[in-house]
Ligand binder design. Structure first.
Ligand code: SF4
Length: 200
């Protein structure tokens, strides 16, 4: 019996530049999956929570209908690890794509999925726990953020980004101060380049 192909709830897709982290500045196509298991107060993608508003697409539809001019693909959310991403990643690889995923780190990311790059952004709603392998870590520096929350050993040196919360000057100052205070940690300031440039 043929198995029904897996469907993913897609909130939106668009091509822009990766505005954050190690791959910052690269042209990329973003595929945003709906649904999240957390509710961060400063979430800027809350519009992706509602599964009813998403379009459920199988891998073939995603590949055929979404324009992907660049090699770099970012599967983001919401929280993409709520779904088995294996077949989607496999098909993207067949087309020569490099597949990155952005996760809140609450779920494992199985090696079998074959994801090329994992950006994990542990969150206060989950006590900054990290349940997956990560290639880079991103922390939103809100008023309550502490350097002790950083899972320094989970990534190579220079792959921890302190992200300014919603462009707030207080958050930028705090991130700057942490970088100056803990030089041995090689922290990096995370600016959302796409917001500076006013692109998506
Ligand atoms: S984990 Fe990400 S998508 Fe989910 S609520 Fe927090 S910021 Fe929003």
């Amino acid at each position: 019996m043929n198995k029904e192909p897996i469907r993913y709830p897609i909130t939106e897709s668009f091509t822009s530049i990766q505005g954050e982290g190690f791959h910052s500045g690269k042209g990329a196509t973003f595929i945003r999956v709906a649904g999240c298991n957390l509710r961060c107060p400063w979430c800027d993608t809350a519009y992706s929570f509602d599964l009813a508003k998403a379009r459920w697409m199988n891998t073939k539809e995603i590949i055929n209908e979404i324009k992907m001019p660049h090699q770099h693909i970012v599967i983001t959310g919401g929280e993409p690890t709520l779904y088995d991403l294996g077949s989607l990643v496999q098909e993207l690889h067949k087309r020569g794509k490099y597949v990155a995923v952005e996760t809140n780190g609450t779920n494992p990311v199985p090696d079998e999925w074959g994801i090329d790059w994992i950006t994990a952004s542990p969150k206060p709603g989950n006590e900054y726990a990290l349940a997956c392998r990560a290639d880079e870590l991103k922390y939103v520096v809100d008023d309550k953020f502490k350097v002790e929350y950083i899972n320094q050993r989970a990534v190579p040196e220079g792959r921890v980004f302190l992200q300014v919360e919603s462009g707030r000057p207080e958050s930028a100052q705090k991130a700057y101060d942490l970088i100056q205070h803990y030089p041995e940690r090689c922290l990096r300031l995370g600016i959302q380049l796409h917001k500076v440039l006013k692109v998506r």
